[in-house]
Structures are given as structure tokens and as C-alpha cells.
Write a protein that binds this ligand. Structure first.
Ligand SMILES: Cc1ncc(COP(=O)(O)O)c(C=O)c1O
Length: 417
């Protein structure tokens, strides 16, 4: 059998083939070779900071681009005070933490960040993970047990789904943001301990979680709630406490999780909640106990980013003004941004081959957006993802819109004709 490579996706190569698990499936290798022109758009090398304009490698050469790929929502990754704080910590604390936080990797800087995150979020305590992915996976798998049920939105991030798999609990799904569907899922397992897992902002669709309504359904069923605020912490809510703050539900949620890799412009994850729960989790979250702590230089940078994020709310205002402007203009051009109402925007193309072809055109024209293929999004929603930041000037946004108008719009018209 020699299936049409255009009809295959990553979902087709999950079955073990041949006798050697270390050997990639032959069909996968062939598929990759046939699609090398498309795969070229992945893993570009960034040659400068994650600024609104940066330089990446394209076609073997440095290419100046307007950057809509980095999660540097508030511009803190390259903020001079953040860089200076990291420099200082490099001198005082060296490069790495050199151990798990449990045994030797905890420093005074880590403790300070725990305290400041707990205070910022109005929780008793906070703990830090060396990646956001590990934080989500470690928290879910550290708290849920085999007899429990994780009830996940069907657009949940893989770190959450993998956490449920690792805990060996029962995993139920409900239709994205749909309270009636959540009620049905919860109703199936009444009498068991259930954890509803939702997100502040969904990372591919850029829409808010339907927090108020979903939390109400969870409460009616006696279920607990976990909110992933990876994309919303520091960037959303009047004080930056995320979507839970924006929608006034903070007091109804006992555990908040987020990452330092987005609005903080750094790396790592955190979870904040009661002292008792976190004391338990510190011993049962494997990515916490059995993995090296965040480098102190990164922690020092995050501490400064937190300070700026709290004292300069105008950065959030700028981010949201930019997002609103970009949304309005995209709508005017007839570009489908799905249900996004935030700074994370899918630009839906729908057809894989067209998306990759356009991806090359955009990159050659100096616009850097991320290709998003199945299974990250459904096959008919294949898209580019654009992340607007507070660093983008009106000129950056307008130039990007001009490029999109020249490249995407004629293709969308042709597709709909
Ligand atoms: C919703 C969500 N949760 C968790 C993560 C994992 O975070 P990190 O990239 O910091 O490991 C991501 C990453 O993009 C995410 O989008």
C-alpha cells in the first residue's frame, strides 16, 4: 500500500511497526521526506531576542521578521531590568540549581518567588516547576488517584491529558466550554472524586474558558476545579491574576496553575493553593521531586518580571489594545479567527497543503506566524497561530496586516469561490 502523503497526518504513525522500537516507522520517514518542504517551517532558529521584530533562519539565511510567534505577551523576556536581574543572579548563584528542589536545588531566590507568587495570587502557598508542562502533568498526576475521575474539556492541553493518563484515573471529556456537556460527564460518575480541568485561555483557539458557567456545574455536582492559566497569568485580569480574576471566580477555585513561559517571558510553571495541599503535592508530583529545580538566573528574571507585571498595568492595557485592533482589522479582511477574543488568534486556512504553501509565502515576506496542523487542531481547522504582544507597534501590526491581505486574502477568496 502506498497511501497519498497529503492524506496522512501525525495520527497515522502511532502504531509500532517492525521489530525495533528504536527504528522510526519506514512510512513516517517517507512521509517526512515527501513533506520536507512543509516541515522546513518548523524549528526555525531565532537569532535574536523574542522582540516584536526579530531575525530567524529561513531558506538557509537570516530573515528579518515581524514576530507573531513568541509568547512574550508583555515584552518581559527582553526587558532590560529582567535581563539585569538575571545577570546579577548569575554572579551570585551561578548557572544551574544542580539538584531537585527537594534535596539541593532550592535557593533563597526560589523561596522568594514562591512567597511572592502566593501573595500575588492571594493563596497560602505556591510551588515552582522547571517547566510548565511538568507543572501541569505533575499536579494532575500528583493529586489524582486510580479511583478518581478527571473531567477535561476536549480542547485541553496535552500536559493536562498526559497528567490524567499518568495518574491512571478515569478520564472523561466534555464538549469545549459546554456546561450541559460537562453536566452529562459529571453525572456519569457521581459518588467518585472528580476534578474538572479547564483553561483560562485556550492555547490554540485563543478563546476564554467559560469559567463561571462551568464552575457552577462543577459545584452543583460536588466536583473540584483546576484552572490552567498558562496563557492568562500576568496578561489578563485587572491585576494580572488571570482569567479567574477577570471573570470574578477566584474564590471558587482552590488551585491555580500557570506558567512562566508566556507573559513572564521566561520558563517554568507554578501551582498555588493551600499549604496543606501543596505540602502533599511536593512529595507526589514526580516532575517536582525527581527533576532539577529552575536555574536561579531564570528565577531572578521571573521575580523582576513579576514586579514589572504588577507595577506597570499599562503593559496589559497595551496588549489588549493591540489584540483588539488586530482582531478588528482581521475581521475586516474576512480572515477567520474562530472564537478567539484574546491576543492568541488562529488564522484559519482549513487545508493543510495550502497552509504550508502560504506559510512559506508569509515567511519570505517577513511575517512569522506559527503553522498549526492536526492533531493540535481538528483537520478542518488547520491554521496559523498569531500571538499579539504589548511590544507590537501600530506600524508592526499594519505591516503584518498588509502582508496578510496580499497573501492570505486572495487564497481565501479563491477557496470560497
Ligand atoms: C494551556 C497550556 N498549558 C501548559 C503548557 C505548558 O507550558 P510550558 O510551555 O511552559 O511548558 C502550555 C504550553 O504552551 C499551554 O499552552
Amino acid at each position: 500500500m502506498n497511501p497519498d502523503p497529503a492524506k496522512l497526518s501525525l495520527g497515522n504513525f502511532l502504531v509500532g511497526e517492525g521489530l525495533d522500537p528504536l527504528q522510526a516507522p519506514a512510512m513516517f520517514t517517507k512521509w517526512m521526506e515527501a513533506g520536507a518542504w512543509a516541515v522546513e517551517l518548523y524549528e526555525p532558529e531565532m537569532l535574536a531576542t523574542a522582540d516584536a521584530r526579530t531575525t530567524i533562519t529561513y531558506d538557509g539565511k537570516p530573515q528579518s521578521v515581524i514576530n507573531f510567534c513568541s509568547y512574550n505577551y508583555l515584552g518581559l523576556a527582553n526587558h532590560p531590568e529582567v535581563i539585569a536581574a538575571a545577570h546579577d543572579a548569575l554572579t551570585t548563584h551561578g548557572l544551574g540549581a544542580c539538584g531537585s528542589p527537594m534535596l539541593s536545588g532550592m535557593t533563597d531566590l526560589h523561596r522568594e518567588l514562591e512567597r511572592k507568587m502566593a501573595k500575588f495570587l492571594g493563596r497560602e502557598d505556591a510551588m515552582l516547576f522547571n517547566s510548565g508542562f511538568g507543572g501541569a502533568l505533575g499536579t494532575i498526576s500528583g493529586l489524582l488517584r486510580k479511583s478518581d475521575v478527571a473531567v477535561l474539556d476536549n480542547r485541553s492541553h496535552l500536559s493536562l491529558r498526559d497528567g490524567a493518563t499518568l495518574s491512571r484515573c478515569r478520564a472523561e471529556k466534555f464538549e469545549h466550554n459546554d456546561p450541559a456537556s460537562l453536566a452529562v460527564s459529571l453525572g456519569r460518575n457521581m459518588g467518585k472524586r472528580q476534578l474538572v480541568v479547564i483553561e483560562g485561555i485556550y492555547s490554540m483557539d485563543g478563546d476564554f474558558g467559560n469559567l463561571e458557567k462551568l464552575i457552577t456545574v462543577a459545584e452543583e455536582h460536588g466536583a473540584s476545579v483546576f484552572i490552567d492559566e498558562a496563557h492568562s497569568t500576568l496578561a489578563c485580569g485587572e491585576h494580572g491574576r488571570g482569567a479567574a480574576e477577570k471573570f470574578g471566580v477566584e474564590d471558587r477555585v482552590r488551585l491555580t496553575y500557570g506558567t512562566f513561559s508566556k507573559a513572564f517571558g521566561a520558563l517554568g510553571g507554578f501551582v498555588a493553593g493551600s499549604k496543606e495541599t501543596l505540602r502533599y503535592l511536593r512529595f507526589y508530583a514526580h516532575p517536582y521531586v525527581y527533576s532539577c529545580a529552575l536555574p536561579p538566573v531564570v528565577v531572578a528574571g521571573i521575580l523582576q518580571a513579576l514586579e514589572i507585571g504588577q507595577s506597570q498595568p499599562e503593559l496589559r492595557t497595551k496588549l489588549w489594545e493591540n489584540a483588539d485592533y488586530f482582531h478588528r482589522q482581521l475581521r475586516g479582511l474576512g480572515i477567520d479567527t474562530g472564537n478567539s477574543t484574546t491576543y492568541v488568534m488562529p488564522l484559519v486556512i482549513g487545508d493543510r497543503e495550502r497552509m504550508y504553501r502560504l506559510g512559506h509565502e508569509l515567511r519570505a515576506r517577513g511575517l512569522w506566524v506559527a503553522p498549526v496542523d492536526y492533531p493540535a487542531v481538528p483537520n478542518d481547522r488547520i491554521c496559523f497561530r498569531a500571538c499579539v504582544t504589548a511590544l507590537h507597534t501600530r506600524a508592526d501590526l499594519d505591516e503584518a496586516l498588509n502582508i496578510l491581505e496580499d497573501t492570505l486574502v486572495p487564497n481565501l477568496i479563491a477557496q470560497n469561490a
